[in-house]
Design a protein around this ligand. Structure first.
Ligand SMILES: CC(C)(COP(=O)(O)OP(=O)(O)OC[C@H]1O[C@@H](n2cnc3c(N)ncnc32)[C@H](O)[C@@H]1OP(=O)(O)O)[C@@H](O)C(=O)NCCC(=O)NCCS
Length: 188
């Protein structure tokens, strides 16, 4: 069974994880997540949208919805965290690592629903994206973060990213995943 637009089956190959009392299903995003993605985006605060996209955006264009839900799993790791115990199992967070022209390099992005920020969901989701990227041969992951984005800078520090001023109002976060042991190894 695959997940579909009605949300009847959102769990396909999902991993269940409990983070600060919130039960999540974490799984790759799929074409059936368009409505969930639109609903997630429309619930984000203007600040979260700006921190994620570096620009104010009122809605996601059909083109972006298509691109964000139809991903090449070999080049584009995109995981959603669904609220297991929330009606309709909405998206509570989305993490991505997208391989660049040099496929050893990937760019990350991460966004968590405002009401669920600060509970550890971003850390869990981004760590899984990093592990997924590493297992697909991506060696170096980077992303730009606005200087005022203290949450993302703290999250980057926590996950072991090197943080460098990128000029202007941005920092570049970089992590060499060949030097970071997979999560399972780190926990033993
Ligand atoms: C950045 C973002 C993804 C972090 O996700 P999150 O689920 O809130 O983060 P977590 O709860 O996993 O917190 C990870 C670390 O960030 C720090 N942190 C989280 N919330 C914080 C806050 N409100 N103030 C300061 N630091 C904070 C903490 O160090 C935390 O680790 P700790 O709780 O173990 O000390 C989330 O705030 C978000 O969606 N922001 C808007 C989009 C964005 O900025 N994306 C990044 C650029 S792509």
């Amino acid at each position: 069974m695959t997940s579909n637009e009605t949300g009847a089956s959102p769990v396909t190959t999902a991993e269940e994880v409990k983070v600060a009392g919130v039960v999540l299903w974490i799984r790759p995003i799929g074409p059936g997540d368009s409505r969930r993605l639109v609903a997630f985006f429309s619930g984000l605060s203007p600040r979260s949208i700006y921190m994620r996209f570096f620009a104010p955006m009122k809605y996601l264009s059909d083109d972006l919805v298509e691109r964000f839900t139809h991903v090449d799993p070999l080049r584009h790791i995109a995981l959603v965290a669904l609220g297991r115990e929330v009606s309709g199992h909405p998206i509570l967070g989305i993490g991505r690592v997208i391989a660049q022209a040099d496929p050893r390099h990937g760019e990350f992005s991460i966004v968590v629903a405002d009401a669920f920020q600060g509970r550890g969901i971003g850390a869990v989701l981004l760590q899984r994206c990093i592990d997924g990227a590493a297992s697909r041969g991506i060696e170096k992951i980077w992303g730009l973060v606005l200087a005022e984005n203290t949450q993302m800078l703290a999250l980057g520090r926590k996950l072991g990213f090197a943080i460098q001023r990128a000029g202007g109002a941005e920092y570049e976060l970089t992590i060499d995943v060949t030097e970071v042991a997979p999560e399972a190894e780190r926990m033993v």
